[in-house]
Ligand binder design. Structure first.
Ligand code: G3P
Ligand code: MG
Length: 499
């Protein structure tokens, strides 16, 4: 099983350097159980120590704003000593949920279907029975098929927005059983996409890809942030269409969710450039926010209105403990934490040139914050290539193995297929996975990416990558379709082609 700790990063790894810098600079996020909390957040919730709560994963990216690298020096940075006094030292660990491992009974019984019926022609064996019989004769290949897995990036690999990348459809058919063994090859989806509940997103993807996708094999950027609901009660949730991210936060168990529209409906002067429609006013949930402390900001998805969202976020970051209408005397010690679901600068869409994504929004925000306050913003960024996201992927993959093969075990040979070297590939490489870079998305370079080369190679598309990986694990002559005409009962041991 791959592990991911400092020693895996190698001496030159930039993430290792930032992680160790952070461990000196930061204390812990407010602990769910109290024992690890060093910071002085007053907003900790009392949570029973049931031993089944979130797992706290050490941060691998620095929690300090990136903006400095992208801007001229606008103001003096605070000294290390000043920074140590920050109560906002939450960046050292990222909580992720423990997966709900469901015990499942082994596969369905097909007894009776193959029994002889006197006087009637034999029942044609079902595809599942045929596949089981084929698999019985091919132990080694079956073992190898269950010992490999794919982790798919979505945008730029399987789809562009709502448009199918045709090879993606074929890949899922192969992995769902249209292969020589008729076997399911384990695979999960790990996207930095966001903005709607998991069930709605897999429903949409299943339709585009013409294959069933389960929420149990699906992780989007904010999925692991579900764990944060155990740390914060009143949160501002930013991004996404309409009120979909409010729905996401409700599903994750956040108790008191505020979205920017609620605040604009309370005081329209807070966003002077916003044209607020009657419909928006009717659907918002205004309250007297001058009497409420917002405990944390969760940027779940891309902002649909940069001006309004940035204004409200900056107002809250500069406020006294998240109380709108106030300005903190000390911008660091009274600042509430801010979390982003992912950090990609660019996202491939239907548009020919990749569009700016949450990372670009964040860097803009960091620069504004620094310009206005003179201090760097500390923040946490989930999503690929953050370690917490990969650890969570392991949890999901092991659960999925149990679901499809009744075997709660991580396969040894995991292949990450992605289009973004700075996200999918760097993360997969550091986590010890084989990485495949495809040319259908963000990457448009030469032989391989120079900074973050894919370890297994660069491929024209996802189908080529999957076929190359399956040939490596299952044999160069492995066939990518299931031959339903084959009858192992009749052919018996003569099926030498299978082994
Ligand atoms: O960067 C935004 C997001 O849409 C990327 O998704 O699937 O390429 O990780 P994905
Ligand atoms: Mg992608």
């Amino acid at each position: 099983m791959p592990t991911f700790d400092d020693s895996d990063l190698g001496p030159q790894s930039p993430l290792q350097k930032t992680a160790s810098r952070d461990s000196q600079r930061h204390q812990r996020i407010p602990s769910r159980h109290g024992s690890l909390a060093v910071g002085s957040y007053g907003a900790n919730l009392a949570i029973p120590d049931d031993g089944e709560g979130p797992i706290e994963v050490p941060a691998t990216r620095s929690s300090i704003a990136d903006a400095q690298a992208y801007m001229h020096s606008l103001s003096l940075s605070p000294s290390m000593r000043d920074r140590r006094g920050s109560r906002n030292s939450f960046g050292a660990a990222l909580p992720i949920p423990r997966s709900k491992r469901r015990s499942r009974l082994s596969s369905v019984h097909y007894l009776g279907e193959t029994e002889q019926r006197p006087g009637l022609p034999p029942v044609q064996p079902s595809r599942e029975i045929l596949a089981a019989q084929v698999q019985d004769l091919a132990h080694e290949k079956v073992r190898a098929a269950k010992d490999m897995a794919f982790v798919f990036d979505i945008d730029g690999v399987l789809v562009h927005g709502d448009r199918l990348i045709p090879e993606g459809k074929r890949v899922l058919e192969i992995l769902n059983g249209d292969n020589q063994l008729g076997i399911k090859i384990p695979h999960i989806f790990l996207t930095n996409g966001s903005g709607k509940p998991e069930a709605a997103r897999v429903d949409q993807l299943s339709k585009i890809l013409h294959s069933p996708i389960s929420t149990d094999q699906f992780i989007q950027s904010h999925t692991p942030m579900r764990a944060l609901a155990e740390y914060y009660k009143t949160v501002l949730v930013v991004g996404g269409e309409g009120y979909k991210c409010r729905e996401v936060a409700e599903e994750y168990g956040f108790q008191d969710i505020i979205v920017p529209n609620d605040i604009v409906a309370w005081d329209p002067t807070i966003a002077p450039y916003r044209v607020f429609t009657e419909e928006e006013r009717k659907t918002a949930r205004p309250r007297d926010f001058s009497k409420i402390n917002i405990e944390a900001i969760m940027v779940f998805s891309d902002s649909r209105d940069y001006a309004t969202d940035m204004q409200i976020i900056v107002d809250l970051l500069r406020s006294e403990n998240g109380r709108l209408g106030t300005i903190a005397k000390d911008p660091v010690s009274q600042r509430i934490p801010i979390y982003f679901s992912q950090g990609d600068l660019l996202c491939p869409t239907e548009h020919p040139i990749p569009r700016m994504s949450q990372g670009a929004f964040r860097i803009g925000l960091e620069a504004m914050y620094k310009a206005l306050t003179g201090v760097d913003l500390e923040r946490v960024v989930y999503g690929k290539p953050e370690l917490a996201t990969y650890k969570y992927a392991d949890e999901v993959l092991a659960s999925w193995m149990e679901e499809i093969h009744n075997d709660q075990r991580l396969p040894s040979n995991i292949y990450m297929i992605g289009d973004n070297p700075a996200s999918d590939i760097i993360g997969g490489n550091m986590y010890g996975w084989n990485t495949c870079l495809v040319r259908t998305g963000v990457f448009q370079g030469g032989e391989n990416d120079e900074e973050n080369p894919a370890s297994f190679g660069v491929f024209a598309n996802v189908l080529e990558a999957v076929q190359a990986a399956m040939r490596k694990e299952l044999g160069q002559d492995f066939k990518f379709n299931f031959d339903e005409r084959i009858n192992p009962v009749l052919h018996g041991n003569s099926m030498s082609a299978i082994e």
